[in-house]
Design a protein around this ligand. Structure first.
Ligand code: GLU
Length: 302
């Protein structure tokens, strides 16, 4: 049995790019009769908007996307909102501290930038120079609120077979560097929360944008450190504007709520998502091998 999930961050309205990813996840789930979970990822962003969760649910329903478990319908893996799951993240963090896989880091973004190591992947922050890495479990902690917990990236090759991109590998230590798994206020970061939740909810298939590919290597390291089984990943192409940049406000209003208010039928969006991905709009005959590997340029609905 495949268990998949939709994991929106309620940081604002969902736009076309999100819709396309959710629809692909939905078609895959329909085809394999997967259990689909809706989880609201409302940690790790100063941009969380209180109104956005209700709107995400409305957007997804409008697109005809269905789920078996979620904040609105309940289910065996409740709660489905990350801010209600804080004790789980704390328990996993304590395990990682105990195992000396993390250390407290007092560096600021500026300290790290000034250390001058070059970022490896596009849009990635610079590789952490290791300033605070000599700390060992049992050493004194810095002042509360002044440090984040940083994960020690491993020096072994990490590899996985992506359902869309095929075989992927990297050496996290040299390609990505040590990375934070909490913020300085003690809140878990995305990397920790997503692994703890996907593991606890028994997720076996993760469908998301390929901008998260580098994060997957970090997450695989956290899975290994927590003795958890990772899901299969499907990193789908991004939607870009005519200028080749990732679809955003600068390209006009592509919020789903905006289309809905203008009277655009959900079928228009579903048809566009299907056409641009080479898939059937009802998910019939779905196969990862059929999915177009090209990034999509959105100008208008044709
Ligand atoms: N909450 C994340 C986002 O909306 C999803 C990340 C993931 O699918 O792992 O970008």
């Amino acid at each position: 049995m495949i268990t998949s999930r939709l994991a929106p961050s309620p940081t604002g309205a969902q736009h076309l790019g999100n819709a396309r990813t959710y629809l692909i996840a939905h078609w895959s789930a329909l085809h394999s009769q997967a259990n689909m979970i809706l989880r609201i990822e409302d940690v790790d962003s100063p941009r969380i908007k209180p109104w956005a969760t209700a709107q995400v649910i409305e957007d997804l329903r409008w697109l005809g996307i269905t789920w078996n478990e979620g904040p609105d319908v309940g289910g065996p893996h409740s709660p489905y909102v990350q801010t209600e799951r804080m004790s789980l993240y704390r328990t996993s963090l304590d395990r990682l501290i105990e195992a000396d896989r993390v250390y407290p880091c007092v560096c600021t973004r500026k300290d790290i930038e000034e250390a001058g190591s070059a970022p490896h992947f596009e849009h990635e922050s610079p590789i952490y120079p290791g300033t605070c890495a000599s700390w060992q479990n049992g050493d004194q902690l810095p002042e509360p609120g002044k440090y984040c917990w940083r994960f020690r990236a491993g020096s072994d090759n990490v590899a996985f077979d992506d359902l869309v991109l095929g075989q992927q590998s990297c050496i996290p230590k040299t390609s990505l560097g040590d990375f934070p798994i909490t913020q300085k206020n003690g809140q878990p970061s995305y990397q920790l929360a997503v692994v703890v939740d996907d593991a606890a909810m028994g997720i076996t298939e993760v469908v998301r944008g390929n901008d998260l590919l580098a994060s997957t290597f970090r997450q695989l390291e956290i899975y290994a450190a927590l003795d958890a089984i990772p899901p299969q990943f499907a990193h789908v192409p991004l939607v870009r504007g005519p200028d080749g940049r990732r679809l955003a406000k600068r390209h006009g209003d592509t919020r789903l709520s905006h289309y809905r208010d203008r009277g655009v039928a959900p079928e228009t969006i579903i048809r566009w998502a299907a056409q641009t991905s080479g898939l059937d709009p009802n998910g019939e005959g779905f196969s990862w091998s059929k999915l177009s590997r090209e990034d999509v340029i959105f100008d208008d609905f044709s």
